[in-house]
Design a protein around this ligand. Structure first.
Ligand code: BTN
Length: 321
């Protein structure tokens, strides 16, 4: 109901809509309309009401609304089904559950706030309510499990392209999946799967984007390491537009990948990468290796040549440049 009401206001931007008209469109009583308006106000929306004129939306709340995302989508299937939470533990958990229950490819889970956001390597992912994008995308490709890292790389390219389209900013990719701007982290990607030994059932791609955070919105531990679109642009931006732009780019690249494989995606990833063709430290679970990053393999594995000329295949690590 809330989504429908917001859609009505979106269609009448800056104009009054009468209570009568709203009750007709929602198929409910005038008293129910009043209750829904009150609910929106409690969610931070500023609404003006005037006798004989009705209601007018002055300022939106801090949520992300499915219809606002859908307005910007040009996709055929990705993002057509959206599950939205104002608050949830982690969109990854919900997406896994939905996938087990048979959710279709392209279903997206979005949250305005996560209380137990998951990062890579067992870390936590923090984001203050109303500032970031936390979303998980359900995919069902016919792939052997070892190919899934390619989808992480594809997602990174989609995010870079989507952010460029929606905000004009240019970002870099640090292997495997950090999106950086001026060396600071803007976006993190977490890819998880449900699979049998030889077949993937579903892949859940979690994307956490720092959008409207200001310095104090980051925890002290990450304040100097992280950045946001708002900090780069000097103003807050519309999160729904960014989500739509990223999903649009994703579908284009994903369709290309399904049809033609990783060969066309790899050069796009390399064009944005700051961790290939340079000397880096790779901190794996077991050791720290210093060497020259030669490139990535077909499976998205990083090839690192150490000082003795030995080439290491890095599957998972933190990279320092
Ligand atoms: C990283 O450690 O860099 C990856 C962070 C991934 C965070 C996103 S936010 C949406 C989705 N839900 C989660 O709990 N985690 C991912």
């Amino acid at each position: 109901m809330k989504e429908k009401l917001l859609k009505i206001f979106a269609e009448h931007s800056d104009q009054f809509v009468s209570g009568e008209k709203i009750s007709q469109q929602l198929g409910c009583t005038r008293t129910a309309v009043w209750k829904h308006i009150d609910e929106l106000r409690k969610n931070g929306y500023e609404l003006e009401s005037a006798p004989r004129k009705g209601y007018r939306l002055i300022r939106k709340g801090d949520g992300i609304h499915s219809h606002e995302v859908k307005v910007g989508l040009t996709t055929k299937r990705i993002g057509h089904e959206i599950t939205y939470f104002d608050e949830t533990d982690s969109t990854q958990y919900t997406a896994h559950k939905l996938a087990q229950e048979g959710a279709k490819e392209g279903h997206v889970v979005i949250a305005n706030e996560q209380t137990k956001g998951k990062g890579r390597l067992g870390r936590q992912w923090f984001s203050r309510k109303g500032t970031s994008v936390s979303m998980s995308l359900i995919l069902r490709p016919e792939l052997p499990p070892q190919k899934t890292p390619q989808l992480t790389l594809l997602t990174a390219v989609s995010v870079v392209r989507g952010l460029k389209k929606a905000t004009g900013i240019d970002c870099d990719i640090k292997w495997p999946n950090d999106i950086l701007i001026n060396g600071k982290k803007l976006v993190g990607i977490l890819t998880e799967m449900q699979a049998d030994p030889d077949r993937v059932n579903s892949i859940i791609i979690g994307i956490g984007m720092n959008i409207n955070q200001h310095h104090d919105d980051f925890t002290p531990e990450i304040r100097e390491l992280a950045t946001s679109v708002a900090l780069v642009k000097g103003k807050n931006v519309d999160r729904a537009k960014i989500i739509a732009a990223v999903l649009n780019e994703f579908e284009q690249l994903y369709d290309l990948y399904i049809e033609r494989g990783f060969d066309l995606i790899r050069p796009l990833w390399e064009a944005h990468s700051v961790s290939v063709g340079t000397f880096i430290y790779a901190r794996t679970m077991r050791e720290v290796i210093y060497g020259f990053a030669k490139g990535i393999t077909e499976d998205g594995v990083l090839l690192l040549e150490d000082e003795k000329g030995k080439v290491h295949e890095i599957y998972s690590a933190d990279i320092e440049i």
